[in-house]
Design a protein around this ligand. Structure first.
Ligand SMILES: [Mg+2]
Length: 131
């Protein structure tokens, strides 16, 4: 008997970064769902009701700020934890992520261990943590 895997929605416009994050989420024991931009991220958040959303901020079209505000504005998705994963590092930019509705942020580049630590503040995976 195994419990169903928890779902993590990975919203990231850069293909290599998206692939890396998907792989890292799978390593942590999650079912990872990719989204290529903010609009797809909002749609998949509605459809999939993930346990956590990893949100890139700088994306063409709907960026991570707008996607986060949209997700927060819908009753079905407003309580899903959102972790901003961003290359922005200025204090004002990071504060704006929280003001948009993100619960926390992690600044790129980050190590697998750093990402795992942040993610596990919100949800726990179904496999033994990678050392
Ligand atoms: Mg980006």
């Amino acid at each position: 008997m195994s419990s169903p895997m928890k779902k993590v929605l990975v919203v990231e416009d850069h293909p290599d970064m998206r692939e890396l994050l998907i792989w890292q989420m799978e390593l942590m024991g999650f079912l990872a769902i990719p989204a290529k931009h903010g609009k797809e991220g909002v749609e998949k958040a509605m459809q999939e009701k993930p346990h956590l959303i990893l949100m890139d901020i700088m994306m063409p079209g709907m960026d991570g700020w707008e996607a986060t505000r949209t997700i927060r504005s819908h009753p079905d998705t407003k309580n899903i934890p959102i972790l901003a994963a961003t290359a922005l590092f200025r204090e004002s930019d990071l504060r704006s992520c929280l003001e948009a509705g993100c619960d926390d942020y992690i600044v790129k580049p980050f190590t697998f261990q750093e990402l795992q630590g942040k993610v596990q503040e919100f949800i726990s995976g179904s496999t033994v943590p990678v050392q």
